[in-house]
Design a protein around this ligand. Structure first.
Ligand code: TRP
Length: 461
């Protein structure tokens, strides 16, 4: 990494908002070009600004195939508005038909924040899941589990540890010799969180999407890399056209793939593996398949980049038949962060920067009144120069959280810019909407309280 390369650190309180640089440096894909069915407010307003492999999820969904959504929560502190953005996205995926898995990171919060497992459970249910229910997540299509009690998650994390090392942790997370090892273990458990829904007992092979804020991208980069490293078959663009499937021989699969301990090839076995692979791929309808067992490749000259997902799925299914894990790299989406009330970063440890979902109406009103404003110093100047909605917290919160009507938002935007609406008026509009939103949430919370238990996965009751 060069001197001024960005490093995103999921534990830091600093925040980069240079989103185009983030896209470029970490190889995220911008959202344009994707056909998002029934876009949510967050899509329409460009708040969800990037993704990795979201096309695979959209493709699976458009064909009526299964996909899953995974998110995790840190059971420390209180749930605030910023947290609700991920839930909005989870809800949207759930409506599309995705099954929802929610990890309670109780092992992580115990090790890194000193919160006991019992306390973590209580906070997760009362503070987070209760609000998820109130925000409209469907308990029948959601499963909440705890890292501490789902041994497959821990096992998978442990097992995949073999595929990474401290150098990679240094380059992804900036760790050094003084780094506490809990910060090494926690991401490995999170790798288990993200990949385990693909195991047979948790729904089997299907695309899994993880909606996150960019601060969590290091975990996704790690997870995607680890999943790919375990794959027995790589699928890449062909030399001049088509797709090329290449064998990836590893300790775990050498024998099955016909590589004998003495270094010789068991030709009959290799032929058998390739015949099986060819049959799988042929089932997708390809007739032009060039199998080259000697080279360890199989090429599909007529395939296009659109076929890549199907081909990948087939190779993973086949890998599983042969005894491999068959893990697919997770997809992800990224949202912009809403600015804190003070104009700095929103943070649960700084109550003045955010609105907690259990703040009372008086507190919410007071917080918005005191929020950072994009207005001018005097009314005269404001009328003359206009305000700046891009930095105005009240306007921003209407856009992120409290106002659904796009036309109305556009009107507010231009009226603010040309000085027709004053900063105090913008705040009052925000307060009115926020109060209604909060009251509605509190009512729903009372109505859905009894559903919290139903979110718990069978192993987590
Ligand atoms: N580390 C996340 C946080 O700090 C919580 C988390 C645990 C998570 N497992 C996850 C998030 C899996 C996304 C996916 O909030």
């Amino acid at each position: 990494m060069g001197e001024d390369d960005l490093r995103i650190d999921p534990w830091s309180s600093a925040q980069s908002t240079d989103y185009s640089r983030i896209i470029e440096q970490f190889g995220l894909s911008p959202m344009d070009g994707l056909d998002i069915p029934e876009p949510s407010r967050l899509h329409r307003r460009g708040i969800i600004f990037a993704h990795r492999d979201l096309d695979t999820v959209l493709q699976a969904n458009s064909r009526g195939e299964d996909f899953g959504v995974l998110t995790g929560l840190m059971p420390s502190g209180k749930m605030h508005l910023g947290h609700s953005m991920v839930i909005e996205q989870v809800k949207w995926f759930q409506k599309m038909g995705g099954d929802v898995t929610i990890a309670v990171a109780d092992l992580e919060s115990q090790a890194t924040r000193g919160i006991s497992l019992a306390k973590g459970r209580e906070v997760a249910l009362k503070e987070y899941v209760a609000n998820y229910a109130a925000l409209g997540l469907d308990s029948e299509k959601s499963q909440v589990y705890f890292q501490s009690t789902r041994s497959e998650v821990q096992r998978l994390g442990f097992q995949l540890g073999k595929r990474t090392n401290l150098n990679e942790f240094e380059s992804i997370y900036g760790f050094g010799g003084e780094t506490n090892l809990a910060h090494v273990q926690a991401p490995m458990v999170q790798v288990g969180d993200i990949l385990h829904p693909q195991l047979e007992d948790y729904g089997g092979l299907r695309p899994i999407v993880v909606p996150v804020g960019v601060d969590q991208d290091p975990h996704l980069r790690l997870t995607r890399g680890l999943a790919s490293k375990t794959n027995w078959f790589n699928v890449n663009p062909g030399n001049s056209r088509g797709l090329l499937i290449g064998l990836s021989v590893q300790d775990e699969n050498a024998e099955v793939l016909g590589q004998q301990a003495n270094g010789r090839l068991d030709k009959a076995k290799v032929a058998e593996v390739f015949a099986g692979l060819e049959q799988e791929i042929a089932s997708l309808g390809f007739s032009d398949i060039v199998s080259n067992p000697k080279q360890g490749t199989l090429s599909l000259p007529a395939a296009t980049s659109h076929d890549r997902f199907n081909v990948k799925m087939k190779t993973l299914e086949y890998e599983r038949k042969l005894g491999g894990l068959g893990l697919m790299a997770p997809s992800s989406t990224y949202h912009h962060f809403a600015v804190g009330l003070t104009g700095d970063k929103m943070s649960s440890s700084k109550p003045k920067t955010t609105i907690f979902l259990d703040d009372d109406i008086a507190t919410v009103t007071k917080k918005i009144k005191r929020a950072y404003s994009g207005g001018q110093a005097t009314i005269e100047e404001h009328r003359r120069l206009g305000g700046n909605p891009d930095t105005d917290v009240a306007y921003q919160y209407l856009m992120y959280f409290f106002e659904d009507d796009d036309n109305y938002m556009e009107q507010l935007n231009s009226d603010y810019r040309n000085g027709k609406i004053l900063a105090g008026e913008m705040k009052q509009i925000c307060i009115d909407n926020a109060v209604e939103w909060m009251k509605d949430l509190q009512e729903k919370k009372a109505e859905t309280e009894h559903l919290v238990e139903l979110f718990l996965a069978p192993d987590s009751k």
